[in-house]
Write a protein that binds this ligand. Structure first.
Ligand SMILES: Nc1ncnc2c1ncn2[C@@H]1O[C@H](COP(=O)(O)OP(=O)(O)O)[C@@H](O)[C@H]1O
Ligand SMILES: [Mg+2]
Length: 350
């Protein structure tokens, strides 16, 4: 079979730029070169798209090379080169990458792409929309409220009372659109709430406040289009601090432990996998995604969130769970790209 050309798109404007670079390096290093020819397309921190040649030079020069300015898509090369690819692998985390924007651009170019489509990506990025959808689908989720900037800033007292009546303490305040725990605070009491709101509002106009759920953090890897499957082995994150914040996710000295498999009973793991399937389908995900839960000591599972572009280095949870379930990293990448091509052929990319 002739090799097919894959545009690996990474970097971008979000706070998760660095993480994206790491994911992309791993993916590009592991793609099966007998099946796929890699065309790296880097997006700088300011949103400028680099041509394949510029991207290769920047990759060789190191992460700082992606700091340069320039307008989005101003580079002549990038779009034309994207157009010459058979399939795209978007690995831009966060805003403009994971939220449906990049997927929309790819729809318009007509190039099949890996992972969730426009709508599922948009919902996946917005914790308020996502929670509403899960609740509607009968998925157990933590009690929560959604507040907008004017409600929080206009009359702080009213917002606080609303949170106390509907959610209580401890609670988690989050920017509705976010990732990597950026802007998230655990508020243990009334005193914490003001600062917690401000931290969330620094990143978004909309704040989600959620009741804190006691339990292990369990993650499930999904793969598939119309008939998705959950990886046989589910994983567990054991943060080395109060919750899984930015540093416990990425700091070099983080003591966070990834347990594969999770330290839960087999029947609990089975229920989590079934719930993960329901959440994936409720959101209309395609290709792949990682679905996260809290599991209480009594085995009760609460849906937390779906990540449509999860961390993708070879040691990230998403690929590790597939590896532990018998699907090695390289084959997983081929499966994801084949699913993209299959969806493209159906013309059902949205
Ligand atoms: N309702 C909750 N109960 C307990 N812990 C929570 C809750 N919400 C968030 N957390 C903690 O904060 C982390 C990040 O929250 P999450 O909603 O997953 O946002 P992100 O999209 O940034 O990963 C979680 O992994 C967990 O450690
Ligand atoms: Mg999370």
């Amino acid at each position: 079979m002739a090799r097919q050309r894959v545009a690996v798109i990474f970097g971008g404007r979000s706070g998760e730029h660095e993480v994206s670079l790491r994911s992309a390096r791993s993916v590009m290093g592991a793609l099966d070169t007998e099946r796929w020819e890699v065309a790296p397309i880097g997006v700088t921190r300011s949103g400028a798209w680099l041509s394949v040649g510029e991207t290769k030079a920047a990759l060789a020069a190191g992460a700082e090379a992606f700091d340069e300015g320039g307008a989005a898509l101003a580079t002549d090369g990038a779009l034309a080169e994207l157009g010459a690819c058979d399939v795209a692998f978007p690995l831009v985390h966060g805003t403009y990458g994971e939220d449906g924007c990049l997927q929309g651009l790819l729809e318009m170019t007509g190039i099949p792409y890996a992972g969730a489509g426009v709508a599922a990506s948009g919902v996946g990025m917005d914790k308020a929309l996502q929670k509403a959808l899960f609740r509607e689908a009968g998925i157990p989720v933590a009690r929560y409220v959604v507040l907008r900037r004017p409600e929080v800033e206009g009359d702080g007292d009213e917002a606080r009372r609303f949170v106390e009546d509907e959610v209580g303490y401890p609670c988690f305040t989050k920017p509705a659109n976010g990732g990597s725990s950026i802007g998230i605070t655990r508020a243990a009491s009334r005193e914490d709430l003001g600062g917690a709101f401000a931290a969330a509002l620094a990143h978004d106009e909309k704040v989600v406040v959620e009741q804190a759920v006691d339990g292990r953090e369990i993650e499930c890897s999904m793969l598939g289009n119309e008939a998705p499957e959950a990886a046989g082995v589910v994983g567990e994150i054991e943060p080395d601090r109060e919750f899984y914040d930015y540093d416990s996710k990425y700091a070099a000295d983080s003591g966070t432990t990834l347990h594969v498999p999770a330290r839960i009973e087999a029947d609990t793991s089975e229920r989590v996998r079934e719930l993960a399937r329901r959440m994936y389908l409720a959101m209309g995900c395609e290709g792949y995604a990682r679905v996260d839960f809290f599991v209480g000591a009594d085995g009760t599972a609460t849906g937390s969130e779906v990540n449509t572009i999860p961390g993708f280095t070879s040691i990230s949870m998403f690929p590790r769970l597939w590896e532990a379930s018998g699907l090695p990293y390289r084959e997983l990448l081929t499966r994801i790209l084949d699913l993209a091509l299959e969806r493209g052929e159906r013309g059902a990319a949205r």
